[in-house]
Design a protein around this ligand. Structure first.
Ligand code: 5RP
Length: 226
């Protein structure tokens, strides 16, 4: 499911976004390899005196932040001033996320932030979104949600675990259907239709949430705002 740029491209994007974080703020910490580089860079900046608190979006980002020395909080304690997160594909500032099955908590934290900065490599950019859309479902609802998605001309596929027999189970104890829709001409419409299906916990379309996309290239960073 994941597309791959180089680590250098990812690191450049991540460090560019992490440099935008100011002392005294609370930061939503995204999931994935590119967001992980941002967490590491925030840890380096803490060593130099930056004062922040992080709100992680997954078990993975919590562990990485802990290792980087970022003090952590939850949404019970605070709201993020800024969030930094990755994406599996973007067109303009509309995203498909969930390659790491963390999109439910990512959407909660990212949408609670005043500003959302996305960090990505150039392989993630598209004219029109066409990556399969991850849909997190309650386990009991998998068959009914799958039928409803077929009714939307989607092809749902249960995400299989790689080093475990059987399906991926999310941090929330749910399953993921990766849903192929071909070219998504209206992400807003599809997002609303997916959200309306009983048993859908969250889908990976992020519409109207991202403020900036930091794209790491071979020799710099391009920041897209629309
Ligand atoms: C996890 C995500 C990730 O942010 C997305 O998969 C991008 O990851 P990477 O930077 O490793 O390509 O949405 O659910």
């Amino acid at each position: 499911m994941k597309r791959g740029g180089t680590d250098d491209q990812k690191r450049r994007a991540a460090e560019s976004a992490a440099e935008a974080v100011e002392s005294g703020t609370t930061v939503g910490l995204g999931t994935g390899s590119t967001a992980g580089f941002a967490i590491d860079h925030l840890g380096d900046r803490i060593d130099e005196g930056l004062d922040i608190t992080g709100i992680p979006t997954s078990y993975q980002s919590r562990q990485r932040a802990h290792k980087a020395g970022i003090p952590l909080a939850t949404l019970e304690d605070d709201r993020p001033d800024i969030a930094i997160d990755g994406a599996d594909q973007f067109a303009g500032t509309t995203l498909i996320k969930g390659g790491g099955a963390a999109h439910a908590r990512e959407k909660i934290v990212d949408s609670a932030a005043d500003r959302l900065l996305i960090v990505a490599d150039p392989t993630k950019e598209a004219e029109i979104l066409d990556h399969p859309v991850p849909v997190e479902v309650l386990p009991d609802a998998r068959p009914t949600v799958a039928s409803r998605i077929e009714g939307l001309d989607g092809e749902p596929q249960l995400r299989a675990a790689e080093r475990k027999d059987g399906p991926v189970v999310t941090d929330n104890g749910n399953l993921v259907l990766d849903c192929e829709f071909g070219a998504i001409e209206s992400p807003e419409t599809l997002a609303a239709r997916l959200s309306a299906i009983p048993g859908v916990v969250e889908h990976g379309l992020f519409v109207g949430l991202a403020d900036e996309i930091h794209v790491g290239t071979a020799d710099g960073v391009v920041v897209r705002t629309e």
